[in-house]
Design a protein around this ligand. Structure first.
Ligand SMILES: Cc1ncc(COP(=O)(O)O)c(C=O)c1O
Length: 493
Protein backbone atom coordinates (compact mmCIF):
# COMPACT_ATOMS: atom_id res chain seq x y z
CA UNK A 1 0.00 0.00 0.00
CA UNK A 2 1.48 3.39 -0.96
CA UNK A 3 2.10 5.41 2.21
CA UNK A 4 2.04 8.97 0.77
CA UNK A 5 2.17 10.74 4.15
CA UNK A 6 1.13 14.02 2.54
CA UNK A 7 -1.90 12.40 0.90
CA UNK A 8 -2.39 11.16 -2.68
CA UNK A 9 -1.80 13.72 -5.43
CA UNK A 10 -5.07 13.06 -7.29
CA UNK A 11 -3.76 14.69 -10.44
CA UNK A 12 -5.98 12.37 -12.45
CA UNK A 13 -9.20 14.31 -12.07
CA UNK A 14 -10.26 17.82 -12.90
CA UNK A 15 -13.41 19.78 -12.35
CA UNK A 16 -15.27 20.70 -15.53
CA UNK A 17 -17.20 23.91 -15.24
CA UNK A 18 -20.18 24.88 -17.37
CA UNK A 19 -21.34 21.28 -17.85
CA UNK A 20 -24.33 21.70 -15.58
CA UNK A 21 -23.07 18.89 -13.29
CA UNK A 22 -22.61 20.34 -9.80
CA UNK A 23 -19.02 20.47 -8.57
CA UNK A 24 -19.96 18.47 -5.51
CA UNK A 25 -21.22 15.58 -7.68
CA UNK A 26 -18.19 15.63 -9.97
CA UNK A 27 -15.85 15.43 -7.01
CA UNK A 28 -17.88 12.73 -5.29
CA UNK A 29 -18.07 10.57 -8.45
CA UNK A 30 -14.34 10.90 -9.15
CA UNK A 31 -13.40 9.94 -5.60
CA UNK A 32 -15.60 6.84 -5.65
CA UNK A 33 -14.26 5.80 -9.04
CA UNK A 34 -10.63 6.06 -7.86
CA UNK A 35 -11.41 4.05 -4.73
CA UNK A 36 -13.37 1.38 -6.57
CA UNK A 37 -10.91 0.85 -9.38
CA UNK A 38 -8.10 0.50 -6.88
CA UNK A 39 -6.17 3.62 -7.91
CA UNK A 40 -6.56 4.74 -4.32
CA UNK A 41 -5.54 1.75 -2.25
CA UNK A 42 -6.97 0.65 1.11
CA UNK A 43 -5.38 2.69 3.91
CA UNK A 44 -4.03 5.38 1.57
CA UNK A 45 -4.27 8.93 2.85
CA UNK A 46 -6.40 11.47 0.97
CA UNK A 47 -5.08 15.01 0.56
CA UNK A 48 -6.20 17.50 3.19
CA UNK A 49 -9.44 19.32 2.39
CA UNK A 50 -7.57 22.63 2.31
CA UNK A 51 -4.98 21.41 -0.19
CA UNK A 52 -7.43 19.68 -2.52
CA UNK A 53 -9.79 22.67 -2.46
CA UNK A 54 -6.91 24.97 -3.37
CA UNK A 55 -5.63 22.73 -6.17
CA UNK A 56 -9.06 22.30 -7.76
CA UNK A 57 -10.13 25.89 -7.19
CA UNK A 58 -13.27 24.91 -5.28
CA UNK A 59 -14.51 25.82 -1.82
CA UNK A 60 -13.16 23.90 1.16
CA UNK A 61 -16.73 23.28 2.37
CA UNK A 62 -17.49 21.37 -0.85
CA UNK A 63 -14.48 19.07 -0.38
CA UNK A 64 -15.28 18.63 3.29
CA UNK A 65 -18.83 17.53 2.58
CA UNK A 66 -17.66 15.05 -0.09
CA UNK A 67 -15.23 13.53 2.42
CA UNK A 68 -17.94 13.36 5.08
CA UNK A 69 -20.25 11.56 2.68
CA UNK A 70 -17.51 9.04 1.76
CA UNK A 71 -16.89 8.43 5.47
CA UNK A 72 -20.62 8.03 6.17
CA UNK A 73 -20.90 5.39 3.42
CA UNK A 74 -17.82 3.47 4.58
CA UNK A 75 -15.56 4.34 1.63
CA UNK A 76 -13.25 6.36 3.82
CA UNK A 77 -12.22 6.70 7.44
CA UNK A 78 -11.54 9.91 9.35
CA UNK A 79 -8.83 9.77 12.02
CA UNK A 80 -8.75 12.73 14.34
CA UNK A 81 -5.60 14.74 13.92
CA UNK A 82 -4.27 12.43 11.17
CA UNK A 83 -6.58 12.99 8.18
CA UNK A 84 -8.93 10.99 5.97
CA UNK A 85 -7.96 7.54 4.65
CA UNK A 86 -9.41 5.05 2.18
CA UNK A 87 -11.23 2.36 4.20
CA UNK A 88 -9.82 -1.14 4.57
CA UNK A 89 -11.72 -4.25 3.53
CA UNK A 90 -13.92 -2.77 0.79
CA UNK A 91 -15.37 -5.54 -1.36
CA UNK A 92 -14.26 -3.92 -4.55
CA UNK A 93 -14.85 -6.94 -6.81
CA UNK A 94 -18.50 -7.10 -5.71
CA UNK A 95 -19.13 -3.50 -6.55
CA UNK A 96 -21.44 -3.03 -9.52
CA UNK A 97 -19.73 0.23 -10.44
CA UNK A 98 -16.34 -1.23 -11.09
CA UNK A 99 -15.24 -1.29 -14.69
CA UNK A 100 -12.10 -3.32 -15.27
CA UNK A 101 -11.09 -4.26 -18.81
CA UNK A 102 -11.99 -7.93 -19.45
CA UNK A 103 -9.19 -8.44 -21.94
CA UNK A 104 -5.75 -7.04 -21.97
CA UNK A 105 -5.68 -4.24 -24.53
CA UNK A 106 -3.90 -5.31 -27.71
CA UNK A 107 -0.57 -3.60 -28.20
CA UNK A 108 -0.49 -1.79 -31.53
CA UNK A 109 1.73 -3.25 -34.28
CA UNK A 110 5.01 -1.40 -33.76
CA UNK A 111 7.58 -1.09 -36.52
CA UNK A 112 10.89 -1.12 -34.73
CA UNK A 113 14.07 0.20 -36.30
CA UNK A 114 16.70 -2.05 -37.91
CA UNK A 115 18.95 -1.07 -34.99
CA UNK A 116 16.35 -2.26 -32.48
CA UNK A 117 15.93 -5.56 -34.37
CA UNK A 118 19.65 -6.12 -34.00
CA UNK A 119 19.49 -5.24 -30.31
CA UNK A 120 16.71 -7.81 -29.85
CA UNK A 121 18.90 -10.53 -31.39
CA UNK A 122 21.91 -9.83 -29.14
CA UNK A 123 22.98 -12.55 -26.70
CA UNK A 124 24.54 -9.99 -24.36
CA UNK A 125 21.64 -10.07 -21.88
CA UNK A 126 22.74 -13.57 -20.76
CA UNK A 127 24.47 -12.00 -17.77
CA UNK A 128 21.19 -10.81 -16.25
CA UNK A 129 18.66 -12.69 -14.16
CA UNK A 130 19.01 -15.42 -11.56
CA UNK A 131 22.55 -16.72 -11.08
CA UNK A 132 23.41 -20.42 -10.71
CA UNK A 133 26.88 -21.65 -9.69
CA UNK A 134 29.70 -21.25 -12.24
CA UNK A 135 28.23 -18.32 -14.15
CA UNK A 136 31.32 -16.61 -15.61
CA UNK A 137 32.35 -13.19 -14.35
CA UNK A 138 30.43 -13.10 -11.06
CA UNK A 139 32.53 -12.01 -8.04
CA UNK A 140 32.20 -13.58 -4.57
CA UNK A 141 29.36 -11.25 -3.65
CA UNK A 142 28.89 -12.90 -0.25
CA UNK A 143 32.44 -11.80 0.65
CA UNK A 144 31.93 -8.14 -0.17
CA UNK A 145 32.24 -5.94 2.98
CA UNK A 146 28.71 -4.60 2.71
CA UNK A 147 28.65 -2.95 6.15
CA UNK A 148 31.84 -1.00 5.52
CA UNK A 149 30.70 0.00 2.03
CA UNK A 150 27.32 1.14 3.33
CA UNK A 151 29.08 3.53 5.72
CA UNK A 152 30.84 5.20 2.80
CA UNK A 153 27.61 5.29 0.83
CA UNK A 154 25.69 6.83 3.71
CA UNK A 155 28.41 9.42 4.26
CA UNK A 156 28.29 10.42 0.61
CA UNK A 157 24.50 10.57 0.56
CA UNK A 158 24.33 12.72 3.69
CA UNK A 159 27.05 15.15 2.63
CA UNK A 160 26.93 18.50 4.42
CA UNK A 161 27.40 20.23 1.09
CA UNK A 162 24.00 19.67 -0.52
CA UNK A 163 25.46 20.57 -3.92
CA UNK A 164 26.90 17.03 -3.86
CA UNK A 165 23.35 15.82 -4.50
CA UNK A 166 23.24 17.50 -7.90
CA UNK A 167 24.48 16.13 -11.27
CA UNK A 168 28.15 16.30 -10.35
CA UNK A 169 30.84 16.99 -12.94
CA UNK A 170 30.38 16.41 -16.63
CA UNK A 171 33.22 13.86 -16.81
CA UNK A 172 32.51 12.34 -13.38
CA UNK A 173 33.66 13.14 -9.84
CA UNK A 174 37.10 14.82 -9.70
CA UNK A 175 37.83 13.02 -6.43
CA UNK A 176 37.09 9.62 -7.97
CA UNK A 177 39.13 10.41 -11.08
CA UNK A 178 42.08 11.27 -8.84
CA UNK A 179 41.63 8.04 -6.83
CA UNK A 180 41.51 6.00 -10.04
CA UNK A 181 44.61 7.75 -11.46
CA UNK A 182 46.57 6.89 -8.30
CA UNK A 183 45.37 3.30 -8.42
CA UNK A 184 46.37 2.93 -12.08
CA UNK A 185 49.90 4.10 -11.30
CA UNK A 186 50.17 1.64 -8.43
CA UNK A 187 48.48 -1.35 -10.05
CA UNK A 188 48.99 -0.93 -13.82
CA UNK A 189 52.17 1.20 -14.11
CA UNK A 190 50.22 3.92 -15.93
CA UNK A 191 50.94 7.63 -15.58
CA UNK A 192 47.50 9.17 -15.83
CA UNK A 193 46.33 12.74 -15.41
CA UNK A 194 42.90 12.59 -13.65
CA UNK A 195 41.63 14.99 -16.32
CA UNK A 196 42.11 12.25 -18.92
CA UNK A 197 39.54 10.08 -17.15
CA UNK A 198 35.82 9.98 -17.87
CA UNK A 199 33.64 8.06 -15.43
CA UNK A 200 31.03 5.76 -16.99
CA UNK A 201 28.38 3.38 -15.73
CA UNK A 202 30.57 0.33 -16.28
CA UNK A 203 32.76 -0.82 -19.16
CA UNK A 204 29.69 -1.27 -21.32
CA UNK A 205 28.87 2.45 -21.30
CA UNK A 206 32.52 3.11 -22.10
CA UNK A 207 32.22 0.94 -25.24
CA UNK A 208 29.01 2.73 -26.21
CA UNK A 209 30.65 6.16 -25.83
CA UNK A 210 33.77 5.14 -27.75
CA UNK A 211 31.74 3.59 -30.57
CA UNK A 212 29.49 6.65 -30.65
CA UNK A 213 32.38 9.07 -30.78
CA UNK A 214 34.67 7.27 -33.23
CA UNK A 215 32.73 5.03 -35.57
CA UNK A 216 30.97 5.90 -38.79
CA UNK A 217 28.80 3.47 -40.74
CA UNK A 218 30.91 0.97 -42.64
CA UNK A 219 34.08 1.49 -40.56
CA UNK A 220 36.04 -1.65 -39.78
CA UNK A 221 36.61 -2.86 -36.22
CA UNK A 222 39.14 -5.63 -35.65
CA UNK A 223 37.62 -7.63 -32.85
CA UNK A 224 39.09 -10.54 -30.93
CA UNK A 225 37.33 -13.79 -31.86
CA UNK A 226 36.09 -15.41 -29.69
CA UNK A 227 35.57 -12.17 -27.80
CA UNK A 228 33.43 -10.14 -25.40
CA UNK A 229 29.85 -10.36 -26.70
CA UNK A 230 28.32 -7.08 -25.48
CA UNK A 231 31.20 -4.93 -26.79
CA UNK A 232 31.03 -6.54 -30.22
CA UNK A 233 27.29 -6.00 -30.49
CA UNK A 234 27.60 -2.31 -29.62
CA UNK A 235 30.15 -1.73 -32.39
CA UNK A 236 27.86 -3.53 -34.82
CA UNK A 237 24.80 -1.51 -33.78
CA UNK A 238 26.79 1.63 -34.58
CA UNK A 239 27.07 0.35 -38.15
CA UNK A 240 30.66 -0.91 -38.02
CA UNK A 241 31.84 -4.00 -39.88
CA UNK A 242 33.18 -6.43 -37.31
CA UNK A 243 36.31 -8.17 -38.59
CA UNK A 244 36.96 -11.26 -36.41
CA UNK A 245 40.62 -11.78 -35.47
CA UNK A 246 41.65 -15.20 -34.10
CA UNK A 247 43.80 -15.62 -30.99
CA UNK A 248 47.10 -17.49 -30.94
CA UNK A 249 49.54 -18.17 -28.07
CA UNK A 250 50.62 -14.51 -27.97
CA UNK A 251 47.19 -12.89 -28.23
CA UNK A 252 45.41 -11.31 -31.20
CA UNK A 253 46.79 -12.72 -34.48
CA UNK A 254 47.77 -9.44 -36.13
CA UNK A 255 49.31 -11.06 -39.23
CA UNK A 256 46.00 -12.72 -39.92
CA UNK A 257 44.18 -9.41 -39.50
CA UNK A 258 46.59 -7.44 -41.72
CA UNK A 259 46.40 -10.07 -44.48
CA UNK A 260 42.64 -10.63 -44.29
CA UNK A 261 40.80 -7.50 -43.24
CA UNK A 262 40.57 -3.85 -44.36
CA UNK A 263 42.43 -1.32 -42.22
CA UNK A 264 40.53 -0.72 -38.98
CA UNK A 265 39.26 2.47 -37.38
CA UNK A 266 39.22 0.66 -34.04
CA UNK A 267 40.77 -2.50 -32.57
CA UNK A 268 39.14 -4.19 -29.56
CA UNK A 269 41.36 -6.28 -27.31
CA UNK A 270 41.60 -7.75 -23.77
CA UNK A 271 45.42 -8.06 -23.52
CA UNK A 272 45.73 -8.86 -19.77
CA UNK A 273 43.42 -11.84 -19.91
CA UNK A 274 41.77 -12.58 -23.21
CA UNK A 275 38.02 -12.89 -22.86
CA UNK A 276 37.18 -15.80 -22.95
CA UNK A 277 40.29 -17.87 -23.86
CA UNK A 278 42.47 -16.52 -21.03
CA UNK A 279 45.61 -15.78 -23.09
CA UNK A 280 47.89 -12.94 -21.93
CA UNK A 281 49.15 -10.86 -24.85
CA UNK A 282 52.96 -11.10 -25.10
CA UNK A 283 55.13 -8.02 -24.83
CA UNK A 284 56.27 -8.44 -28.46
CA UNK A 285 52.66 -8.57 -29.67
CA UNK A 286 51.75 -5.52 -27.60
CA UNK A 287 54.53 -3.51 -29.24
CA UNK A 288 53.54 -4.69 -32.73
CA UNK A 289 49.93 -3.73 -32.03
CA UNK A 290 50.86 -0.24 -30.80
CA UNK A 291 53.17 0.32 -33.79
CA UNK A 292 50.49 -0.79 -36.20
CA UNK A 293 47.91 1.53 -34.64
CA UNK A 294 50.32 4.45 -34.73
CA UNK A 295 51.35 3.90 -38.36
CA UNK A 296 47.80 3.31 -39.58
CA UNK A 297 45.94 5.89 -37.52
CA UNK A 298 43.87 3.25 -35.76
CA UNK A 299 42.49 3.46 -32.22
CA UNK A 300 42.69 0.64 -29.69
CA UNK A 301 40.25 -0.25 -26.91
CA UNK A 302 42.09 -2.00 -24.09
CA UNK A 303 39.40 -3.70 -22.01
CA UNK A 304 41.14 -4.44 -18.70
CA UNK A 305 38.08 -5.98 -17.07
CA UNK A 306 39.62 -8.43 -14.56
CA UNK A 307 43.35 -7.67 -14.44
CA UNK A 308 43.23 -7.37 -10.61
CA UNK A 309 43.18 -11.15 -10.39
CA UNK A 310 46.51 -12.68 -11.35
CA UNK A 311 47.68 -15.72 -9.43
CA UNK A 312 51.21 -16.34 -10.66
CA UNK A 313 54.05 -13.91 -11.32
CA UNK A 314 53.77 -10.15 -11.65
CA UNK A 315 51.15 -8.77 -14.05
CA UNK A 316 52.43 -7.20 -17.25
CA UNK A 317 51.87 -3.43 -17.26
CA UNK A 318 48.80 -2.31 -19.13
CA UNK A 319 49.08 -1.95 -22.92
CA UNK A 320 48.24 1.68 -22.31
CA UNK A 321 51.38 2.08 -20.16
CA UNK A 322 53.52 1.37 -23.27
CA UNK A 323 51.52 3.68 -25.51
CA UNK A 324 53.74 6.71 -26.17
CA UNK A 325 51.66 7.76 -29.20
CA UNK A 326 48.36 7.84 -27.26
CA UNK A 327 46.34 5.53 -29.49
CA UNK A 328 44.78 3.52 -26.62
CA UNK A 329 41.48 3.97 -24.83
CA UNK A 330 42.00 2.18 -21.54
CA UNK A 331 38.66 0.91 -20.15
CA UNK A 332 38.32 -0.19 -16.51
CA UNK A 333 35.36 -1.40 -14.47
CA UNK A 334 34.48 -2.07 -10.82
CA UNK A 335 32.00 -4.81 -11.81
CA UNK A 336 34.53 -7.58 -11.20
CA UNK A 337 36.72 -6.08 -8.50
CA UNK A 338 33.72 -4.96 -6.39
CA UNK A 339 30.21 -5.69 -7.71
CA UNK A 340 28.33 -5.10 -10.95
CA UNK A 341 25.28 -3.39 -9.42
CA UNK A 342 27.53 -0.43 -8.56
CA UNK A 343 27.60 0.45 -12.28
CA UNK A 344 30.89 2.35 -12.28
CA UNK A 345 33.62 2.09 -14.88
CA UNK A 346 35.85 4.57 -16.67
CA UNK A 347 37.75 5.47 -19.82
CA UNK A 348 41.27 6.86 -19.85
CA UNK A 349 41.01 8.85 -23.06
CA UNK A 350 43.79 10.18 -25.29
CA UNK A 351 44.25 13.96 -25.00
CA UNK A 352 41.92 16.07 -27.08
CA UNK A 353 39.09 13.55 -26.83
CA UNK A 354 38.06 13.93 -23.19
CA UNK A 355 35.67 16.78 -23.88
CA UNK A 356 33.91 14.76 -26.61
CA UNK A 357 33.43 11.86 -24.21
CA UNK A 358 32.24 14.06 -21.39
CA UNK A 359 29.64 15.68 -23.66
CA UNK A 360 28.56 12.31 -25.06
CA UNK A 361 28.22 10.95 -21.51
CA UNK A 362 25.97 13.85 -20.66
CA UNK A 363 23.83 13.56 -23.78
CA UNK A 364 23.47 9.78 -23.79
CA UNK A 365 22.47 9.65 -20.14
CA UNK A 366 24.78 10.08 -17.20
CA UNK A 367 23.96 6.73 -15.74
CA UNK A 368 26.55 6.59 -12.96
CA UNK A 369 25.46 8.16 -9.69
CA UNK A 370 27.47 11.14 -8.36
CA UNK A 371 26.78 9.88 -4.81
CA UNK A 372 28.21 6.43 -5.54
CA UNK A 373 31.21 8.09 -7.24
CA UNK A 374 31.95 10.02 -4.02
CA UNK A 375 31.59 6.93 -1.86
CA UNK A 376 33.88 4.89 -4.11
CA UNK A 377 36.55 7.57 -4.11
CA UNK A 378 36.75 7.55 -0.29
CA UNK A 379 36.60 3.75 -0.19
CA UNK A 380 39.63 3.68 -2.51
CA UNK A 381 41.55 6.45 -0.72
CA UNK A 382 41.16 4.64 2.62
CA UNK A 383 42.78 1.53 1.16
CA UNK A 384 39.58 -0.50 1.35
CA UNK A 385 39.54 -1.27 -2.35
CA UNK A 386 43.04 -2.75 -2.44
CA UNK A 387 42.34 -4.64 0.79
CA UNK A 388 39.29 -6.22 -0.83
CA UNK A 389 41.19 -7.12 -4.00
CA UNK A 390 43.94 -8.83 -2.00
CA UNK A 391 41.37 -10.86 -0.09
CA UNK A 392 39.48 -11.83 -3.26
CA UNK A 393 42.73 -12.83 -4.97
CA UNK A 394 43.40 -15.38 -2.21
CA UNK A 395 39.86 -16.73 -2.33
CA UNK A 396 39.68 -16.94 -6.13
CA UNK A 397 43.06 -18.68 -6.34
CA UNK A 398 41.82 -21.36 -3.97
CA UNK A 399 38.53 -21.76 -5.83
CA UNK A 400 40.38 -22.01 -9.14
CA UNK A 401 42.66 -24.74 -7.75
CA UNK A 402 39.78 -26.76 -6.32
CA UNK A 403 37.75 -26.51 -9.52
CA UNK A 404 40.72 -27.54 -11.65
CA UNK A 405 41.49 -30.55 -9.42
CA UNK A 406 37.86 -31.68 -9.27
CA UNK A 407 37.39 -31.37 -13.04
CA UNK A 408 40.60 -33.29 -13.66
CA UNK A 409 39.55 -36.03 -11.25
CA UNK A 410 35.79 -36.32 -11.80
CA UNK A 411 35.18 -35.11 -15.33
CA UNK A 412 38.14 -36.76 -17.08
CA UNK A 413 35.81 -38.54 -19.53
CA UNK A 414 33.95 -35.45 -20.63
CA UNK A 415 36.11 -32.36 -20.03
CA UNK A 416 39.69 -31.18 -20.30
CA UNK A 417 40.12 -28.12 -18.05
CA UNK A 418 42.58 -25.51 -19.27
CA UNK A 419 44.97 -24.18 -16.61
CA UNK A 420 44.63 -20.46 -16.02
CA UNK A 421 46.86 -18.02 -14.14
CA UNK A 422 44.41 -15.16 -13.98
CA UNK A 423 40.82 -14.00 -13.92
CA UNK A 424 37.59 -15.42 -12.64
CA UNK A 425 36.78 -18.14 -15.14
CA UNK A 426 38.23 -21.33 -16.57
CA UNK A 427 37.81 -22.92 -19.97
CA UNK A 428 36.97 -26.64 -20.15
CA UNK A 429 37.28 -28.32 -23.55
CA UNK A 430 34.52 -30.81 -24.34
CA UNK A 431 35.51 -34.34 -25.29
CA UNK A 432 33.70 -36.89 -27.50
CA UNK A 433 32.45 -34.28 -29.99
CA UNK A 434 29.83 -32.93 -27.55
CA UNK A 435 28.36 -29.65 -28.75
CA UNK A 436 28.88 -26.74 -26.32
CA UNK A 437 25.31 -25.43 -26.63
CA UNK A 438 23.96 -28.90 -25.76
CA UNK A 439 26.33 -29.17 -22.80
CA UNK A 440 25.39 -25.68 -21.59
CA UNK A 441 21.65 -26.45 -21.74
CA UNK A 442 21.98 -29.86 -20.07
CA UNK A 443 24.03 -28.32 -17.24
CA UNK A 444 21.53 -25.51 -16.83
CA UNK A 445 18.78 -28.13 -16.39
CA UNK A 446 20.92 -29.59 -13.61
CA UNK A 447 21.25 -26.19 -11.90
CA UNK A 448 24.77 -25.41 -13.16
CA UNK A 449 25.67 -22.39 -15.27
CA UNK A 450 28.35 -22.09 -17.90
CA UNK A 451 28.67 -20.28 -21.18
CA UNK A 452 29.22 -22.12 -24.46
CA UNK A 453 32.45 -20.89 -26.09
CA UNK A 454 30.58 -20.59 -29.40
CA UNK A 455 28.40 -17.80 -27.91
CA UNK A 456 31.50 -15.57 -27.88
CA UNK A 457 32.29 -16.22 -31.52
CA UNK A 458 31.11 -14.58 -34.72
CA UNK A 459 31.92 -17.74 -36.71
CA UNK A 460 32.18 -21.52 -36.11
CA UNK A 461 35.15 -22.55 -33.93
CA UNK A 462 37.32 -25.65 -34.41
CA UNK A 463 36.82 -26.89 -30.82
CA UNK A 464 33.94 -26.94 -28.38
CA UNK A 465 34.31 -25.75 -24.81
CA UNK A 466 32.33 -24.38 -21.90
CA UNK A 467 33.39 -21.37 -19.83
CA UNK A 468 33.05 -21.89 -16.06
CA UNK A 469 33.20 -19.02 -13.57
CA UNK A 470 34.83 -20.14 -10.31
CA UNK A 471 34.96 -16.87 -8.37
CA UNK A 472 31.43 -16.97 -6.93
CA UNK A 473 31.29 -20.64 -5.89
CA UNK A 474 32.23 -21.40 -2.26
CA UNK A 475 35.08 -23.94 -1.97
CA UNK A 476 32.94 -26.43 -0.04
CA UNK A 477 30.33 -26.64 -2.79
CA UNK A 478 32.66 -27.21 -5.73
CA UNK A 479 33.34 -31.00 -5.38
CA UNK A 480 29.64 -31.91 -5.23
CA UNK A 481 28.74 -29.62 -8.12
CA UNK A 482 31.50 -31.07 -10.28
CA UNK A 483 30.20 -34.59 -9.60
CA UNK A 484 26.79 -33.43 -10.78
CA UNK A 485 28.45 -31.89 -13.83
CA UNK A 486 30.15 -35.19 -14.60
CA UNK A 487 26.89 -37.19 -14.35
CA UNK A 488 25.06 -34.69 -16.55
CA UNK A 489 27.72 -34.60 -19.25
CA UNK A 490 28.09 -38.40 -19.35
CA UNK A 491 24.37 -38.62 -20.13
CA UNK A 492 24.69 -36.51 -23.29
CA UNK A 493 28.01 -37.93 -24.53
C1 LIG B 1 35.28 -8.71 -21.21
C2 LIG B 1 34.39 -7.89 -20.32
N1 LIG B 1 34.60 -6.56 -20.27
C3 LIG B 1 33.86 -5.79 -19.45
C4 LIG B 1 32.87 -6.32 -18.67
C5 LIG B 1 32.18 -5.45 -17.64
O1 LIG B 1 31.07 -4.85 -18.04
P1 LIG B 1 30.45 -3.74 -17.06
O2 LIG B 1 31.56 -2.94 -16.49
O3 LIG B 1 29.58 -2.94 -17.98
O4 LIG B 1 29.67 -4.45 -16.01
C6 LIG B 1 32.59 -7.66 -18.73
C7 LIG B 1 31.46 -8.20 -17.94
O5 LIG B 1 30.95 -9.24 -18.09
C8 LIG B 1 33.39 -8.48 -19.56
O6 LIG B 1 33.20 -9.80 -19.62
Amino acid sequence: MPKSPGGALLHGFTIERGTGVPIYRQLDASMRRLILDGTLAAGQKLPSTRELAQELGVSRITVKSVYEQLVAEGYALARTGAGTFVADGLDIEASPKIRRPRHKPKSPAVKISERAKFIMSSKASMRHGKTEPFRPGVPALDQFPVKVWNKYLLDAATSKDRRDLSYGEVNGSAALRASIARHLTDARSMQVDPDQIVITSGAQQAFVLIAFALLNKGDTVWYENPGHIAGRDVMQIMGANIAPVPIDDEGMDLNFAINTHPKPTLIFTTPSHQQPLGTTMSLARRLTLLNYAHENNAWIIEDDYDSEFRYRGRPLPALSALDSERRVFYVGTFSKSMFAAMRIGYIVAPPGLVETFAQARNLLGQSSSAVVEQALSRFMDDGRFVEHIRKMRRIYRERRDILFDCLTKDCADSLEPQPTDAGMHMLAWLKNGVNDQAAHLALLEAGIESLPLSAYSAEPLPRSAIVLGFSSVPEKRIPKLVKRMSETLSRIA
